[in-house]
Every structure is written in C-alpha cells, then in structure tokens.
Design a protein. Structure first.
Length: 306
C-alpha cells in the first residue's frame, strides 16, 4: 500500500465563492443573534448582504482570496496553505517506524478547521442521537462513532448549513492525515505542538491522557490550545482522518492523500486512555472504518469541495 500525490480537483476559492461565503457569514451572524426572528431576519439580511459584502471586502482588502473572512470565528480556525515535514525524525524519542520516512508535504489550499473535537451537543443536533459511552455534559467529545458515522455527520452538517446559505462550492469533511498533522504541528517540528517535552512533563497542560484523565473523556477546549488555536489535538479522543492508512514514501508531495488500496482508516492524536507516546504529533494508527470505540471521535474541516 502506498501513497500518491494529487492536486485537489475541486473548486478553487475564487471571488464568487468568497462573496457567497461572506453572505453566509452575514446570515449566520444575524440568525445566531436572534434565532427567534430567524426567517424575518434572514430576509432582511439578504436585502442588505450586498452592502455588507462590500464592507467586509474593504475590511479584508489585504487578501480576501488567500485568507477569507472566517464564517464562524468562535468555532473555526483558518489554516493557511503551506509546506511542512510530515512524520518524525529518526532521533525522536519514542518514535515508531511507521512515522517515517519523513515526507515533505505541500498543502496548496487553506481550510477552516474546528477548534474543538466535535462535541455531543453538536452531534446530537445534526444526527439526532448521541452514541457516546461517557455522557452527562454536552461539551464532552462524541465517541463511539465509526469513520462512516463521522463522514455522515459532515455530510448532514453541510446540508444543514446550505439551507442557511453555505455556498455550494464548500463542504464539511474530515481532515486528510496531512492536514491533521500540519494543523497539529502548527509550525513546529518538535514531538508536540508546544515543544519537545521528551519527559512528558508538560503534556498534562495540553492533553487529557492516561496520566491525568481519570479514565474518561473531558469537555473539549479545557486544556491549552496549540499556537494556531486548536484544542485537544493531543489527547482526549482520537480523531478520525479522511485517509486510508498507508506507508509514507518520503520525498516531496503536494496535497498528499492516503492509499486507495488499504483496509484501514487513520486516526490521530492519542486519547484519554493512552500514554504520552501516542499523543505525539507524528503518531499514527489505522483501524477498520466500522470501529466504534469510546476513545475515538473526530473534528471537521470546512473547505472548498473537491
Ligand atoms: Ca484529540
């Protein structure tokens, strides 16, 4: 099983898409502030949105194509395009062989990533059920979800958002494995997004894992975020990625995607039940897509469709 490089073939972020996205942001902003007046307000918003778009564009005149306005600043972080080294160097403490050879990956398109693991309130509101093993607080991450469940959630979330103006060129989906590690590292090359921490002395500040979790999940967003504002990238629940699990090939690749010819999907980041080693940025696991466990959840990204 190998890896292949491919260019995303979907819609580029062009000016019409940005306009649509700004309109969606405007509608959402107004609707969320006055949910009782949703319909009326939405109509009113539509009437004014052209004016709002021109206003927002002038605010974001630096480069609204590379860095679109954030449609949901409370929950999403813009992850800009860039290049990073995926996998770990052979000298990394507690490294495993499947983390190499290190592979240079260019991500040609930016995307929005959820700051948080998908929580149980969100999952319930989109799917209608809460399959989680540990319940009691809606802000706990959803678990007991298969890869297919996560995909289904993203699809239904996109349907719901399109009803309130999400442009057709955008989709919710899982991050690719490369996108996940790029976001987890947040510009670092160290074992963790906050530093090397070869003795796991600081990990408890950023992650719920075996040593501090009390053998259960914890509400998302409690520990410190990484430099790009993402919470729980280390620990709490494992996070399903879009890709099949495959071996790294090394070299340089653009928009790396997992192998076609594989049977396992990737999940990343460690969990409440695992050790510090498994929380490292480069640590990777593959599992059959139907696997539902109380240590596995996910977070979504919003990106141009492919
Ligand atoms: Ca996590």
């Amino acid at each position: 099983m190998g890896w292949y490089a491919t260019e995303f073939s979907g819609l580029a972020v062009n000016p019409p898409d940005v306009e649509g996205l700004l309109a969606w942001q405007f509608l959402k902003y107004n609707c969320s502030r006055w949910p009782a007046g949703r319909t009326t307000l939405r109509l009113r918003s539509v009437a004014y949105f052209e004016m709002a778009i021109s206003k927002m564009k002038s605010v974001d005149s630096s480069n609204s194509i590379e860095t679109p306005m954030n449609p949901n600043p409370e929950h999403l972080v813009w992850i800009k395009p860039g290049t990073f080294t995926m996998g770990s160097p052979i000298i990394e403490v507690d490294r495993l062989l499947n983390e190499g050879p290190p592979t240079q990956v260019k991500l040609s398109q930016g995307f929005w990533m959820s700051k948080f693991e998908t929580n149980q309130t969100e999952y319930q509101s989109v799917i209608g059920t809460n399959p989680s093993y540990d319940k009691g607080d809606g802000n706990l991450p959803v678990e007991m979800v298969s890869w297919d469940d996560a995909i289904n959630y993203c699809r239904k979330l996109a349907e719901r958002e399109r009803a309130v103006g999400l442009p057709a060129g955008y989709e919710y989906r899982l991050p690719t494995e490369a996108e996940w590690e790029y976001a987890c590292r947040a510009g670092t090359t160290t074992r963790f997004g906050y530093g090397e921490d070869s003795g796991y002395a600081q990990l408890g500040d950023y992650a719920w894992y075996f040593s501090n979790s009390g053998n259960t999940t914890h509400p998302v967003g409690v520990k410190k975020p990484n430099a790009w504002g993402l919470y729980d990238m280390h620990g709490n629940v494992w996070e399903w990625c879009l890709d099949w699990y495959g071996d790294y090939l090394g070299g340089s690749m653009t928009d790396l995607r997992g192998s076609h010819a594989a049977s396992n999907r990737v999940f990343r980041g460690g969990s409440w039940g695992g050790n510090g080693r498994g929380c490292r940025s480069a640590f990777r696991v593959g599992s059959w897509p139907g696997n539902r466990g109380n240590g596995i959840g996910f977070r979504s990204v919003l990106a141009p469709g492919r």
